[in-house]
Design a protein around this ligand. Structure first.
Ligand SMILES: Nc1ncnc2c1ncn2[C@@H]1O[C@H](COP(=O)(O)OP(=O)(O)OP(=O)(O)O)[C@@H](O)[C@H]1O
Length: 320
């Protein structure tokens, strides 16, 4: 099998005149935690449904674990676990009973299923409530049980669609940590769809940015940042007193080569540079008789990448 566990080629889905997914090419490596990041309506869920063989592509191909998901959805479902944003359980049954039920559907022998169910309940922190009915579980507990439910059949890939919606911040952190731990320890490939960039940034090895049915960029965060901010990879934040206007600061900094933009917001100047000009900027400001009250070099994060793609324009105003 190729090093890729998920391969999408020219994948397209149209609903009438609407193209929900547009000629998507994407490959995900075994063991990777991949984040599919995009706003509502970007086409993430439609892509996931096609990966699971739950909806047919209009054109293109989708392979999961070397299996054509459109032609062989049942085989794919054996190898790929899917956690939707809202998991349904038998409410009058306990967490353990729900897991055992799923195990039975997947033809796992009772003894093996019971051992694995207890192990997984421990892993997801639900061992103490294993015998409580799931209708008493909180939203965070349900998502963790959902994860155990997906894992009971020993999948090679797990696909999580907005799994942290409605969970409190601490629960989110725990849930994400758990995903990373499981992926590392059990060598499971994880595809996480989300519109929460901070969450994606915390846990994913690589990210694909999805907008309007198209994958606009993919890579790890430094690669994306380099691609996107190649001309202006550094931002120096400076606090200056007494506060000059932007034109005055431009004059102060005019002899420094490599400054691409200057923007003022929330009491600070943000100076976009081709290279690290922190000391040159500090020197010029002080020599001009102004006082420097704050100086910090900022590196781009996923927020900046996300904003730039979603806003469709530069994050910082160009002066040139
Ligand atoms: N069954 C359907 N029939 C018609 N249009 C659909 C159908 N399913 C999705 N769409 C449309 O396709 C586009 C992509 O939707 P999709 O649910 O894949 O996006 P998403 O990125 O997962 O967003 P969300 O997080 O809101 O689910 C949207 O414009 C949506 O309205």
């Amino acid at each position: 099998m190729s090093e890729y566990i998920i391969s999408l080629a020219g994948l397209t889905k149209k609903y009438g005149a609407l193209t929900a997914v547009d000629r998507l090419d994407l490959s995900i490596r075994k063991g990777e935690v991949f984040g599919l990041l995009g706003p509502n309506g970007a086409g993430k869920s439609t892509t996931i449904l096609m990966m699971l063989g739950l909806t047919e592509p209009t054109s293109g191909s989708v392979q999961v674990c070397g299996i054509d998901a459109t032609m062989h959805p049942v085989e794919v479902k054996r190898k790929a676990g899917y956690l939707p944003d809202e998991v349904g359980f038998y409410e009058h049954r306990s967490g353990l009973e729900n897991l055992l039920y799923t195990a039975r559907l997947n033809r796992i022998p009772v003894q093996e299923a019971t051992e694995r169910a207890y192990l997984l309940l421990k892993r997801v922190g639900l061992y103490e409530v294993a015998h409580k009915k799931t209708r008493t579980y909180s939203r965070g507990m349900r998502q963790r049980l959902g994860l155990a439910d997906v894992l009971i059949k020993n999948p090679e890939v797990i696909i999580l669609d907005e799994p942290t919606l409605g969970i409190d911040p601490r629960g989110v952190r725990e849930f994400l940590d758990l995903i990373v731990q499981l992926s590392r320890e059990e060598k499971i490939t994880v595809l996480l769809s989300s519109h929460h960039l901070h969450q994606v940034q915390q846990v994913c090895d690589r990210v694909g940015i999805f907008v309007g049915g198209r994958l606009l960029a993919e890579g790890d965060i430094p690669t994306l940042s380099e691609k996107l901010f190649a001309g202006e990879p550094y931002i120096i934040e400076a606090g200056v007193q007494p506060l000059p206007d932007t034109a005055r600061l431009q004059t102060v900094l005019q002899d420094i080569e490599g400054i691409r933009s200057i923007q003022f917001s929330e009491g600070l100047f943000r100076i976009g540079c081709q290279r690290d000009l922190t000391s040159a900027i500090a020197g010029a400001i002080v020599r001009s008789g102004l006082a420097l009250t704050h100086l910090q070099r900022k590196t781009y994060g996923l927020d900046d990448i996300y904003n730039r793609y979603f806003e469709g324009g530069p994050v910082y105003e160009q002066t040139a």
